[in-house]
Write a protein that binds this ligand. Sequence first.
Ligand code: BES
Ligand code: MN
Ligand code: ZN
Length: 486
Amino acid sequence: MSHISTVTVAGSSWQESDAGLIAVGVYKDQSLTPLAQEVDKAIGGLITQGINLKDIKGKIGQSHFFYAEGKMISVLGLGQRDKVDSNSIRLAAGAAARAAISRKVRSVAVECFCSGLDSCQPMGEGLVLGSYQFLDYKTKDEENFELDSAAVIGCDSDEIAKGTEIAKAVCFSRDLANHPGNVTTPTRLADAAREISDEAGMNLTVFDRKEFTEMGMGGLAGVAQGTDEPPKFIILEYFGTDKEKQPKVLVGKGLTFDAGGISIKPASKMDEMKYDMCGSATVLGVFKAMAALKPKINVVGIVPSTENLVGAKAYKPGDILTAYNGKTIEVLNTDAEGRLILADGLSYACKHYEPEFILDFATLTGAVLVALGHIATGIMGTDDELVNRVKKSSENVGEKVWEFPLWPEFCKQIQSKIADVKNIGAPRQAGTIAGGAFLKEFVDENIPWVHFDIAGTAWGVKPDSCNPKGSATGVAIRLVLDLLGV
Ligand code: BES
Ligand code: MN
Ligand code: ZN
């Protein structure tokens, strides 16, 4: 794990700051932020020269280095002045952290770019997200440079602290997912849930193979037949308000390695299937943030977790499993395993809680990548109001979602000839919707529910200052926290 863990608010002027790098801003209309103007004066107008020479353009993502008062100065492009929003501020703050790391400077101080925005939170988020690196397996010192500290000059400290905690939760989730399958096992996910619950006095329950099998979780038990790595069914309860109040339930796919089972996957890129637990990382990330921020809401997190391998006892195409809600499932492809373990997770939520609503997160289908690339998360649900709330939060935090229809025609495609449902839809058609249609069978009709297919957005996205190359993203944590009003 490598990222800064606090962002301080500095009242001092940039000359008095002990940071090795000071980040200031320039807009596309060539105007400088207040601190950039001060620095420009101190260095005899060098920044203005760069602008006049049309080298400094103020574009988002652009940065230029200067030197003053024995420090490095980074002039960051902020884009169009009238289009500055929380996303561009988050990216600019991330760029400041990345600039320091790229120049091997241990401490950075950034001007508050948030004036005109309702909150400084994205500054805190960006600095922490930008400082994130996954270095755990790099043993050479020269590859291990880390940022130690960050300060903001002139931001609101409560909002910065909130942004910092949320981004740390995202980094926590990224770490869980970036570790390989031999480290992030179901046991490790249960341990992570334990760490979180200890932090804030949450309730944690973990069922092992024998327990959840006897309880009737045939989906998880079926998928887990092919692995010796102990599977887990993890339940985290956070009560931040009156216990009588209906909880919101989050369910996450915790498939710590997906080889496809007997319907085995091709070898190419199979290593990426260590990321098949990113849905659970989203859920645990939300709980990590709640442990720090202690919102006055009730939330339950449910993570069914196992590997999907090809052991001698592995479940087979044609097998029929009985899920926790009693419905029978004909397994026609053992690689459509996520929906089988989620069937038990969703049924458990409906039976044991009276959820106000349920959200589930899963790297469920390769098909969502065909439809939306690495750009947007596919969503579908049973309640327009909840779907609209998801869309609103998506816009608020800059994490794109796109809704697919759960029309009856699609829902018919997962009906089985010999069992209640089958685990695949029509061959090569609407695969993402088939996944959603299957899950819908395990959510009671009166409970609002939205499914997030994050297979395209949980990793592999175009890198930017807040998302390093080759890392899990921690997608949807910020969206869910916004939706929960945290
Ligand atoms: N974890 C995969 C989905 C996936 C594939 C995510 C590629 C990211 C990249 C999931 O368990 C899976 O294998 N789904 C199958 C379903 C199919 C057999 C109906 C798929 O998408 O091919
Ligand atoms: Mn699979
Ligand atoms: Zn999978």
